[in-house]
Ligand binder design. Structure first.
Ligand SMILES: CC(C)(COP(=O)(O)OP(=O)(O)OC[C@H]1O[C@@H](n2cnc3c(N)ncnc32)[C@H](O)[C@@H]1OP(=O)(O)O)[C@@H](O)C(=O)NCCC(=O)NCCS
Length: 210
């Protein structure tokens, strides 16, 4: 007959080894750039996130629809917090250091362990577009992917109708790998998609060239 301690250890999932993506997704450590702080989301961020997530222009080229009330934002944050708890891929919120406000999100859309590959995604408040901020955030996340998570490949995709996002990927050293016709149904319309990726070897080469 196992004692209580043995029973508990049988019921509990084994802890994720340190340094693995699963363990990283549990912690989602803070990442700092010159103008931004990427940190775990909390319910206290709901007001800031709702402020830009209700903007139809921000939601136009992403899979989520503009939030119609702060309750939708809270439900989203609750889901993200659940992902942290389970060690599943999720997002950071992007804090503008100067104001202390949350102005966007960036994070992991998916993780393929066998292929050491993640897909990234992001969005930013319209008031902050075209100031190089997402390029700054994505560069920092790519560094995390290769230096800390030791990944092999990082992917990102955007709708062909959203070239600004492709420009961010290009500025961060990603390679355009192709166009996928009518691949994703976004808000009832099948959209063309552009696929981008960066390999560890690309990233290391670009760093040593600097
Ligand atoms: C796409 C998005 C993340 C870009 O963030 P950002 O902080 O404005 O990006 P940056 O300022 O780092 O770079 C934007 C680049 O796109 C360029 N750009 C802007 N609008 C453009 C357009 N219509 N066509 C082509 N390039 C465009 C800018 O000139 C800039 O390039 P440059 O530095 O060479 O001049 C932001 O617009 C956003 O959040 N949009 C809504 C959500 C979204 O689309 N998310 C991505 C889903 S894949």
């Amino acid at each position: 007959m196992p004692d209580m301690k043995q029973l508990l250890s049988l019921l509990m999932l084994p802890p994720s080894p340190p340094g693995t993506p699963r363990e990283y997704f549990l912690r989602m450590p803070q990442v700092e750039t010159p103008r931004l702080l990427l940190r775990r989301m909390t319910m206290r961020d709901a007001r800031d996130i709702y402020a830009y997530s209700q903007d139809e222009e921000v939601a136009r080229h992403v899979l989520w629809t503009a939030h119609r009330s702060i309750w939708e934002t809270k439900a989203y944050i609750r889901w993200v917090i659940q992902q942290y708890r389970c060690g599943e891929p999720s997002s950071w919120c992007i804090v503008e250091k100067a104001s202390g406000r949350v102005i966007g999100t960036i994070g992991f859309m998916s993780y393929q362990g066998d292929n050491a590959t993640v897909e990234l995604g992001y969005s930013l408040a319209r008031s902050h577009w075209n100031q190089g901020l997402m390029t700054e955030a994505l560069s920092a996340v790519l560094a995390e992917c290769f230096q800390v998570l030791k990944l092999h490949r990082v992917e990102a995709q955007h709708f062909s109708a959203n070239p600004a996002s492709g420009r961010v990927m290009a500025k961060c050293g990603m390679t355009h790998e192709g166009s996928l016709r009518r691949r994703i149904c976004n808000k009832g319309v099948f959209m063309d998609v552009e696929m981008w990726a960066i390999l560890r070897t690309d990233w290391e080469r670009s760093r040593s060239a600097r």
